[in-house]
Design a protein around this ligand. Sequence first.
Ligand SMILES: Cc1ncc(COP(=O)(O)O)c(C=O)c1O
Length: 389
Amino acid sequence: MQTDDLENELAALAGKGLLRQLRAMPECGARIRLADGRTVLNFSSNDYLGLAGDQRVKAGATAAVERLGCGARSSRLMAGDLELCELLEADLARLVGTEAALVFGSGFLANLGVMTVAAGRGDDIFADRLNHASLTDGMQLSGARWRRYRHKDVGHLASMLAKANRGRRVVVTDSIFSMDGDRAPLDELAEVAAARGAMLVVDEAHAIGVMGEAGGGLCREVGCKARPDVVVGTLSKALGGYGGFVGCSAAMRELMINRARSFIYSTGLPPACIGAARAAVAVLAAEPNMGERLLAKARLLRGLLAAGGLAVAALESQILPVHVGGNAEAVRLSQLLWDRGVLATAVRPPTVPDGTARLRLSVTLAHTDDELRVAAGTIVDVAREVGLV
Ligand SMILES: Cc1ncc(COP(=O)(O)O)c(C=O)c1O
C-alpha cells in the first residue's frame, strides 16, 4: 500500500466521523490531573473496583517482580511456566467455579484461543450479534461455519440450532454486553444449548469482580442456573491488572495448551501481572460486597441522569450507555464534556452498529458520590446544550 492510499483511507474515515485518535494523559485513574492544573473525572475506565491503584494489588505486583523479574522470558510451553501462574489459575478456577483455568496474555487472546479450539471445519458456532470483537475474530479464525443470532433472542438461536451441521455446536455470548451494559439471558441460553448438545461459552469480562458470589461472574449470581462449559475472563478490568483467562474442564485446558495458537506462540504472562491478579482475587474474597457497592453507585448515576431528562435504559450493570446516534454528534458531545472536566469517550461503529454511536459511561468504586453528582450535572447540561434532552 502506498502512502497516498493510507492517507486516502484515513481521510475516508474522517469523512464518516469515524477517525479514532489517541489522547495521551499523565495518568488514567478515576480522576486525572492534567498539566494545566485541571482535573478530569474519568467515566471511560474499566477499573470498576479501583483495584489498579489499590495498595494490596500494587504490593502483589511488586513482590512478584522482586522475586521473579519483569518477564516470563518465553512461552509457557518452552520455559515460561511459572508456578505462580499455575497458582493463579487455581485461584481463578475457584473464582468462576470451573474445574480448571488457563491464563492467556489478554482477554482478547483468550477468546481467540477458546473459539479456535472449541470449533473447527465442519462445526457450527452461534453468536450473539453484539458479542465482543475478540469472540467474533476467534470464530472467524476457527474455520467453523458461524452465524449470529439477534441480540439476546433465544428463539432465533433455537431456530438456527435446529438447522445445525452434524459436527460440534458452540453457543457463545458475553454475559454483560460491553457497550450496552445489559445482561444475556443465561438460563435460557443454557437450556437451549443443552437441548441441542451445544457447548456454551460465556465471556464474563465485565461481570467478573462485580456480579456473583465474591465477584465470580454473572453465572455465579444467586439463582442463575446456567453452568457454562467455558467461561472467559480478563484480568484487565475489575481485577485492575492485565491478562486474560479461560475457566473450563481439565480436558479443555489441556486441549488449549496443545491447540490454542494464541497460547502456544506467545510469551507467558509477566510476573507483575500474575502477582497483581492473585492479590486482586484475594481482595475480592476479603471484601465480597464490592460489586454491590459498585452497582449502588451506578444506580445513583443512572437516577441522576434520568432525572435530568436523559433517556437511559434500566440499570443492569455498572455500564451506562448514553445514546446519541450520529458519529460526529457523539464525538462533539464527548469533546464538550472533556472541556468541562468529564472523560466519556464516544463509541462509534464498528464497535457498535451503524447509527448507534454513544457515550459509554462506566462507574467505578473509586468515584465518590459527590463526583457522580458533579458528572451527572455536567452531562445533563451539555446534553441540553446539544439538544439531546
Ligand atoms: C467482552 C469482552 N471480552 C474480552 C475483552 C478483551 O479483554 P482484554 O482487554 O483483557 O484483552 C474485552 C475488552 O474490552 C471485552 O469487553
